[in-house]
Design a protein around this ligand. Structure first.
Ligand SMILES: C[S@@+](CC[C@H](N)C(=O)[O-])C[C@H]1O[C@@H](n2cnc3c(N)ncnc32)[C@H](O)[C@@H]1O
Length: 392
């Protein structure tokens, strides 16, 4: 099926805009558009001012990111095109040892503004630009043909859609998707909530980090701060004597309890608390843990908020460092795109000095391999983690 909105018409871009594409970044901003027609279709042909063909792009009439490059070719962008690209992305994930993983990571997979997550036989997708929204039928056909899921749920309730003038909504687009889906990673089973859970139901980007931290978990006490539905806690609980799992969301913790039961783990205590307050309290009581995980939400939502965010990161890291038992490990991370890996590591160095702890840097990590970072597109990388061991 071909969507009727896909009739190409030229948008003309400046030399600076064209240079961005040549450098491998798929976005062209409003300020680099030389000429556009306001009623341009969802997919437009793009040329430079001399009329030279540059490619075809998704068009977003009211967004600062006006064009997102799909192809430098002239081929029809129809359901078959989407099928081929999604199938190629799926082939790149062959052999991932989990039942839930990201199949399409937007720009990094050459499919800008599209997220496709697989949860066993179900797909949860996000259409994050106005152009993509208009070719929804072709994209859904492409997902259907490439992945043959039993159902496709659109979690189009993420706030970035507001920049595109799009409504926030959760829509069952094809087949059936249950309220809870089961997933498995490295022998740990979870129930995730694709309709009501955070992101598309689970933080799939931390999968490999959860396995890594599980392997470094000691036999003593463990603390999982910002646990969500017990994601790290379940891995820790397989080795630790006891685990304290903390989150501010009662709904996430309720699923955490169910997940613990599903894995027959009885050594996790679930605490609904503000992690900032709890950390202060634990330090005051001079408690110690052999394994600590710190996985807060993004504190820096914009460039302007970075200084404040860094103060928050330093506060929780400094306290967590005081709580690590000698020989114990701390896995700490940030999913703020605006806080670079270098700045994050600098902040950790400051916190270690202020805490007076000697910490070995055992590993610096990113997101799991199904969320690849495209070097040309820094926006595709946001998650950074550090595995530290206390050696004093
Ligand atoms: C990045 S997610 C954690 C993901 C989880 N570690 C995983 O691997 O699936 C951040 C979590 O922090 C929780 N949260 C946000 N602010 C909090 C706070 N001040 N105290 C405790 N939990 C908080 C959210 O409910 C969310 O579950």
């Amino acid at each position: 099926m071909t969507d009727s909105s896909v009739t190409t018409r030229a948008v003309i871009v400046s030399a600076k805009g064209a240079a961005r594409w040549l450098a491998g970044h798929p976005w062209i901003y409003r300020t680099d558009i030389y000429d556009e027609s306001r009623d341009a279709p969802a997919v437009v042909t793009v040329t430079d001012r001399r009329g030279r063909h540059l490619g075809q792009a998704l068009y977003s009439p009211s967004s600062e990111i006006r064009l997102r490059l799909l192809t430098t070719g002239r081929e029809p962008i129809d359901a078959t095109w989407w099928t081929d690209r999604i199938a190629a992305a799926a082939r790149r994930r062959a052999g991932i040892p989990a039942t839930a993983y990201r199949v399409v990571h937007g720009e990094a997979d050459g499919l800008p503004s599209l997220v496709v997550d697989r949860y066993g036989p179900y797909v949860v997708a996000q259409l994050l630009s106005a152009g993509l929204e208009q070719v929804r039928a072709d994209v859904l056909d492409g997902i259907g043909a490439a992945l043959a899921p039993e159902g496709i749920l659109l979690r189009n309730d993420t706030t970035v859609r507001r920049h595109e003038g799009l409504p926030l909504e959760v829509v069952l687009a094809r087949g059936t998707v249950p309220d809870t889906v089961s997933m498995e990673e490295a022998g740990v089973r979870y129930l995730a909530a694709p309709r009501t859970g955070q992101k598309t139901g689970a933080f799939l980007d931390q999968r490999e980090n959860r396995v890594l931290v599980g392997e470094h978990t000691g036999a003593g006490r463990a603390l999982d701060l910002f646990t969500y539905h017990g994601s790290f806690a379940l891995h820790l609980a397989r080795r630790a004597g006891e685990v304290v799992a903390v989150d501010s969301s009662a709904e996430a913790l309720a699923r955490g309890r169910e997940n613990a039961a599903l894995n027959e783990l009885t050594n996790i205590t679930w605490r609904e608390a503000n992690a900032f307050d709890l950390l202060r309290d634990l330090v005051r009581r001079e408690e110690l843990f052999d394994t600590i995980v710190l996985d807060p939400p993004a504190f820096a939502k914009s460039k302007q908020s970075v200084p404040r965010a860094l103060a928050g990161y330093k506060e929780i890291n400094l306290r967590a460092m005081r709580l690590v038992a000698p020989g114990g490990v701390l896995f700490t991370c940030s999913c703020s795109y605006h806080v670079s890996r270098a700045v994050f590591l600098d902040m950790l160095g400051d916190a270690a000095r202020d805490a007076g702890r000697r910490l070995q840097l055992l590993a610096v990590t990113g997101a799991s391999r199904d969320h690849p970072e495209l070097l040309n597109v820094p926006e595709t990388g946001y998650l950074k983690g550090a595995l530290l061991r206390a050696v004093d």
